[in-house]
Design a protein around this ligand. Structure first.
Ligand code: ADP
Ligand code: ZN
Length: 721
């Protein structure tokens, strides 16, 4: 029987990764022990490795069911680049290619075979596979089997026959779709036998979420793009028309942007998609038709120029950012009008605008207009717990949202204006009256004579609209009829009597005071990276990719490239130790990349010497140290960091030293009690020439060496500031 230890070795040798991510080991175990399973991990969570790694340990060949040819091709290319014998069987292959695959299967050399369900389920294929040495079945994008899901594919339904035709083999399902009903449906439809169901956390900590009330959408979009020069991004628009005008605008400003929507020919769509995947174009502007089947790992930002239909859709679409685990930005620009547009589209179109669709729209609207941590809201929406107080990765937690001081009085003003206009007008009009607009219609209706006219003049229409949306999503106001007229709910009536707790906020970004600075986490992911070298390495990667005719990230993903430009390995062995470099890639690519690294002056060292106050430089060879930085930045405790990195606390104390020195931080209060700090500082003269023992003894060993060292480092940094 194979063990998880073998799979771990495979993970290191083939992919160059040291450890499994959360739930991967459990999922791998199911495959190794031939137990049916369902693994639910968010996009980028690393589902493929869950069946690929154990498939290499098992005798025989794993059959992977995948819905799209483009996905299969990507996966097979990526596996081959790591030296794994993998192939696909689909309709695009020539008879010759098909014959070759059959030969490989007969010879027993193929480890993974990717196949679309309709092809797998042909009698010919099933019979053939029954005579071959199949180790297990992996069903990718398994939610396609459920008509509760958003990508139902009838051809997936036939997969239930696998358990009948291959009674001895386990079937493993993988999906990123979170809802329980879909999960149950997968188990039932595939007729899984007492499956292990593994559900990962839906949080994507490397994504920074920002929800902006629309003010000037194009400008807001341009602001995001400006933060990501020469990086890949996706912009989602609700309509084709909007896609086209956005592409035109971006192109006219010199950005490399292409369109993708259902109204284009297949050929145009495909060529634009490929240009994006291969890094020949940076930005793709698309309707939601785009994305399924995109495995591109280095999408650095996803912008929604309008509100998506549901939180489920938002999670899927924004989830296409940062698959490589590096920090990426997800910006959603919303306005109250988006709901109206969607309601209309959904009720006019072929799908019925039913209660469930309406509830989904309300849920995403609440997410946008509330001032609750975005990570928390999304995770809790999927029924999971979120235990961080401050996620450090959303506009709310980053302090970009301004909470209104006296929300009750402010709400009263708004609600009484709704009453004054007899609950017969929409949000736009109410906002204008409160803002004291001099528009003819306001005057004609005599609304300039109302006591609430101009009551919120200083705030402006935009802010008032936003507050109206917030009061609506918090249940104090409701929108009714096709004119979206506002009226008070019972809770709203109580609030007029100051009974209730509304939360009103205003996004700093909406006032165009968008923080242009990157978040701390983004900075960290570039920390120590020689940017010029990174660009050189990127060009080299592009060249290799085009010779091999594969997307660039299949050669190495961005995370690996940054580590190369950060740690600058000089030998083949060091090169092989970089995360994401397996044996085959080390052999193939070391020479070219090492040559480029060798001709770079060691800027990192120079930089360190200039910026670190201490003579001891930061241990730049230690990538783990850098990985701890974002956690320290969020003020996480030594114990927390140790637990998430699975390292001893003594190691984490050392990382903390690196962190403080590197960032020149002189405040150690998150890690050392200020009272202890003061006690140590009052006696610091005892620690002459860096010897801590006298200090340690002075406190009778009550204060550990680690804490003493941290206090002294911070003191030194502060004396140099
Ligand atoms: P999913 O299919 O769940 O969206 P992928 O299988 O495409 O995710 O994996 C996302 C990225 O994470 C890939 O670049 C993959 O190589 C990387 N990855 C997967 N497992 C690990 C691991 N244990 N350590 C580091 N990187 C990993
Ligand atoms: Zn947050």
């Amino acid at each position: 029987m194979q063990s998880t230890i073998d799979a771990k070795q495979v993970l290191k040798d083939i992919w160059g990764y040291d450890s499994f991510r959360p739930l991967q080991a459990e999922s791998v175990d199911c495959v190794l022990h031939r137990r049916d399973s369902v693994t639910v991990l968010p996009t980028g969570g690393g589902k493929s490795i869950c069946y690929q790694a154990p498939a290499l340990c098992l005798d025989g060949m794993a059959v992977v069911v995948s819905p799209l040819i483009s996905l299969m091709k990507d996966q097979v290319d990526a596996l081959r680049a790591c030296g794994v014998e993998a192939a696909f069987a689909n309709s695009t292959q020539s008879p010759d290619e098909k014959r070759k695959v059959v030969q490989q299967i007969r010879a027993g050399t193929l480890k993974l075979l990717y196949v679309a369900p309709e092809r797998l389920l042909t009698e010919q294929m099933l019979t053939f596979l029954q005579s071959a040495n199949v180790s297990c079945f992996a069903i990718d994008e398994a939610h396609c089997i459920s008509n509760w899901g958003h990508d139902f594919r009838p051809e997936y339904r036939g997969l239930r026959t696998l358990k009948e035709r291959f009674p001895g083999l386990a079937v493993h399902a993988f999906t990123a779709t979170a809802t329980e009903s879909v999960r149950d449906d997968i188990v039932a439809q595939l007729a899984l036998d007492q499956p292990k169901v593994l559900v990962g956390s839906f949080d994507r900590p490397n994504l920074v979420y920002r929800m902006l009330a629309a003010s000037n959408r194009s400008q807001q979009i341009l602001d995001v793009i400006k933060r990501h020069p020469n990086e890949s991004g996706i912009i989602y628009c609700i309509s084709r028309k909007e896609v086209e005008s956005m592409v035109e605008l971006l192109q006219s400003m010199g950005h490399s942007a292409l369109a993708y929507h259902a109204g284009m020919s297949d050929i145009d769509r495909k060529s634009n998609q490929e240009a994006f995947i291969n890094d020949q174009c940076n930005i793709i502007v698309a309707t939601v038709a785009f994305g399924m089947g995109i495995d591109k790992s280095n999408v650095r930002y996803v912008i929604h120029s309008g509100m998506p239909k549901s939180i489920e859709h938002y999670q899927q679409e924004s989830g296409r950012a940062g698959r490589d685990g590096l920090e990426s930005e997800c910006v959603l620009i919303y306005s109250g009008r988006d709901i109206v547009v969607w309601s209309k589209m959904l009720s006019d179109g072929n799908s019925e605008f039913n209660e469930a669709a309406k509830e989904s729209l309300e849920a995403i609207n609440r997410l946008c207009t509330s001032a609750t941590c975005r990570h928390r809201s999304i995770v809790e929406h999927f029924g999971q717990k979120f235990d961080k107080e401050n996620c450090g990765g959303c506009d709310v937690c980053l302090g970009e949202i301004e909470m209104m001081d006296d929300p009750i009085t402010l709400s009263q003003k708004i609600l009484s204006c709704v009453v004054r206009v007899n609950e017969r007008f929409g949000a736009g009009h109410v906002a204008k009256v409160l803002a004291g607009a001099t528009e003819q219609r306001v005057i004609d209706l005599g609304h300039d004579k109302l006591s609430t006219y101009g009551l919120l003049r200083e705030s402006g229409v935009r802010a008032i609209r936003l507050w109206i949306d917030q009061l609506t999503s918090q249940g104090f106001l409701r929108r009714e009829s096709e004119y979206q007229t506002l009226s008070l709910t019972d809770a709203g009536k109580r609030l007029l009597r100051r009974d209730g707790a509304p939360q009103l906020s205003f996004s700093a970004a909406a006032t165009s005071r968008t923080k242009s600075s990157r978040t701390t986490s983004t900075l960290t992911s570039w920390e120590g990276v020689d940017r010029e070298l990174f660009d050189d390495l990127r060009r080299h990667r592009a060249q290799i990719a085009s010779e091999l005719n594969v997307p660039a990230y299949i050669v190495f993903n961005d995370a690996t490239l940054r580590d190369l430009a950060r740690f600058k390995p000089s030998t083949q062995k060091d090169f092989g130790n970089i995360r994401g470099v397996g044996q085959q890639k080390a052999e193939r690519y070391a020479e070219g990349f090492l040559a480029l690294i060798a001709i770079r002056p060691d800027r990192t060292d120079i930089g360190m010497r200039n910026t670190t106050p201490s003579a001891t430089t930061v241990d730049t060879q230690n990538s783990n140290s850098f990985r701890a930085f974002p956690m320290f930045q969020r003020g996480e405790s030594i114990e927390q960091v140790a637990a998430s990195m699975e390292r001893a606390t003594s190691t984490i104390w050392q990382y903390l030293q690196d962190f403080l020195r590197f960032n020149e931080i002189s405040d150690c209060s998150p890690w050392v009690d200020p009272a202890i700090c003061n006690r140590v500082l009052s006696q610091k003269a005892l620690a002459s020439q860096g010897k801590l023992k006298p200090l340690y003894e002075h406190f009778n060993g009550e204060i550990g060496y680690e804490q003493l060292r941290i206090v002294l480092i911070c003191d030194q940094i502060s004396s140099q500031q």
